[in-house]
Design a protein around this ligand. Sequence first.
Ligand SMILES: Nc1nc2c(ncn2[C@@H]2O[C@H](COP(=O)(O)OP(=O)(O)OP(=O)(O)O)[C@@H](O)[C@H]2O)c(=O)[nH]1
Ligand SMILES: [Mg+2]
Ligand SMILES: [Zn+2]
Length: 371
Amino acid sequence: MDAPALDIHPLAPYGWDAAWAEVFAPHAAAGAEPARVVVELRRHYYAVVTAAGELLAECTGKFHHEARRDPNLYPAVGDWVAVLPSPGAEGRAQLHALLPRRSRFSRQSAGGEQSQQIIAANIDIVFLVSGLDRNYNPKRIQRFLVAARDSGAQPVIVLNKADLHPDPEAVRTEIERLVPGVPVVITSSHTRRGLKLLGGHATPGRTLAFVGSSGVGKSSLINRLARDAELPTAEVREKDAKGRHTTTRRELVLAPSGALIIDTPGMRELQLWDADEALEEAYADIGEIALRCRFTSCLHEDEPGCAVRIALAGGTLPPERLASYRKLKAEQAAKAPGLRKPSAVAGKPSWKKKAEERVAKPFRHQHHRED
Ligand SMILES: Nc1nc2c(ncn2[C@@H]2O[C@H](COP(=O)(O)OP(=O)(O)OP(=O)(O)O)[C@@H](O)[C@H]2O)c(=O)[nH]1
Ligand SMILES: [Mg+2]
Ligand SMILES: [Zn+2]
């Protein structure tokens, strides 16, 4: 290990680097301080970490004015922002600006609205967690993967609850066949299987996000990786009705390894958004084969000289891979008209409904109060 430099920036453990400092320079000139969003507390209120510690940050009127046109301009967990401490209000700050994101994992908002929702920003790796119990679903893994490819982060597939499956390796083989080239890690937060492999990604300054359906064990895995995280897991609310989400907010924790780990509430479904390119990239092999079809308009059904059907017959293209490609393609085609109606989107801000339910969560370090 290198000796720590004396001029190391207090936010370096949170991923602050020379490139961020350069982007931030105009804000610094205006007297603002850099901060990273660690929790979305409620609509437009964020816990942010600054060089001086955690603050409760609130968007300025000017910020709202600009972000109202596009809800994606509001900060998400993992974002870097420019803040100014609020005069006369200890522990509070005004949030003035959002720095351009290096990556963002997003999904279409729940409720079928054609609106994107950013789950986490500036992430290096996104772990797509599935449970090897009843929850396991190859189609969903493929959907997650398309969104991950679109995010700019490196996807890793995690098959958790290995202790509940008779043959996890068989599942791995199946997944690897469906999504060649994507790392697949088998884990169990109960037996600790695979945790070393997972931990291998958790290196200092790196930001990891865990996404996946509710109950697959995201928070349990993170608690193992970040021993003192104590994120709530299902046991904690055992008395509640099942089927509810245990994790209710997105939260970034600094793990002892130096990695920054983002927990997210389970998603019931992950709908695709603006992911055409990502879909083509994820299925580049099919695209390449189709180049050899006799007709450029080939639908790969019963056209003569169809290279895709030849590949299917020859076993070089698994039929289930073509089937899921077609299904995702069809879904995107069905969504496309909605994307061209920005006025309808602007009328109903998607963040409105969910955010209001999250009001009044205690600030995670207790000593700041909202009023
Ligand atoms: N058998 C087994 N159970 C596990 C494993 N990992 C987690 N669980 C259990 O699965 C349940 C759900 O775990 P959580 O960590 O709360 O799941 P989550 O993905 O964070 O769920 P949400 O916060 O609702 O999205 C808990 O009862 C865990 O103890 C595992 O590897 N094996
Ligand atoms: Mg959770
Ligand atoms: Zn064809």
